[in-house]
Design a protein around this ligand. Sequence first.
Ligand SMILES: Nc1ncnc2c1ncn2[C@@H]1O[C@H](COP(=O)(O)OP(=O)(O)O)[C@@H](O)[C@H]1O
Ligand SMILES: [Mg+2]
Length: 302
Amino acid sequence: MSRIIAITNQKGGVGKTTTAINLAASLASLERKVLLIDLDPQGNATMGSGLDKAELLYSTCDVMLDQVALADTIISGLPCAYALAPTNADLTAAEVELTTLTDRECRLRNAIQSIRDQYDYILIDTPPSLNMLTLNALVAAEAVIVPMQCEYFALEGLSALMTTIEGVRSTLNPSLKIDGLLRTMFDGRNNLANDVSAQLDEHFGRLVYRAYIPRNVRLAEAPSYGLPVMHYDKGSRGARAYLALAQEVLAQEFHRPERTPPTALEQDLPAEPSLEETIEPDTSPKIADDGVLVFQLKQNEK
Ligand SMILES: Nc1ncnc2c1ncn2[C@@H]1O[C@H](COP(=O)(O)OP(=O)(O)O)[C@@H](O)[C@H]1O
Ligand SMILES: [Mg+2]
């Protein structure tokens, strides 16, 4: 049975796409069958996997609008050694159109059902916002990996993401969980990075992956060759780091450590809904001005 993992953080430039591409390639090199679904209209995962986003016959846009089966978009046989459901800017239009369609949060989940058994891992690269596309990824996934940079504002926005994940869990996808926070672009010579990393460990404990991704120029260069770093420079620190992450992800297959929930940051999070409050099952999340999905809580009538 496959595991479906969304790679999500509403901040841009934190290493989501780099993680999606290189974790997919590393899992494939460990003999897992992997599908990477590009759900970011920027199409960076598509280009970084060696496919020209300007020349797609079908894309995940067609899937989200229910015009094409996911299977018909999937490209195999690329040098990256994983299968890819590509995308391009058309997906932006789909995101707008989706808001008027029924079942809009569940489109990706429904689309994945028919191909799910063909893969060990299905990774979803998401856009840098908590929009309807990201929501589709969170509804389809069992787990979330959150790449984050160890810098001053790293924790800002994390509580909004946690709130969104909690909202999805209590409505559309009760089995969703955070598999881990991943430190990306880490520079151990930087005191601030070390301080923030220590804070992450302190606040989130085992929710933080032991593997971390160093800042490594090979990781930044590889996408311009349409290759995951392990096919571009196998011995690079970036390649070895993503392989270590893949091994940690695989280890979770056999032994799921009790990942401790956040503690010290709880004061930043909105209060848990009381027992009198429930989330209306058919209440769609709304997107607030700051881009955060808001789940409408409704008092139960007693
Ligand atoms: N560990 C790293 N070391 C060096 N550059 C990196 C690393 N991870 C990502 N980058 C570069 O940083 C930029 C943003 O990364 P990306 O994965 O596209 O972030 P996101 O998908 O979250 O927007 C890209 O140019 C990418 O090549
Ligand atoms: Mg990206």
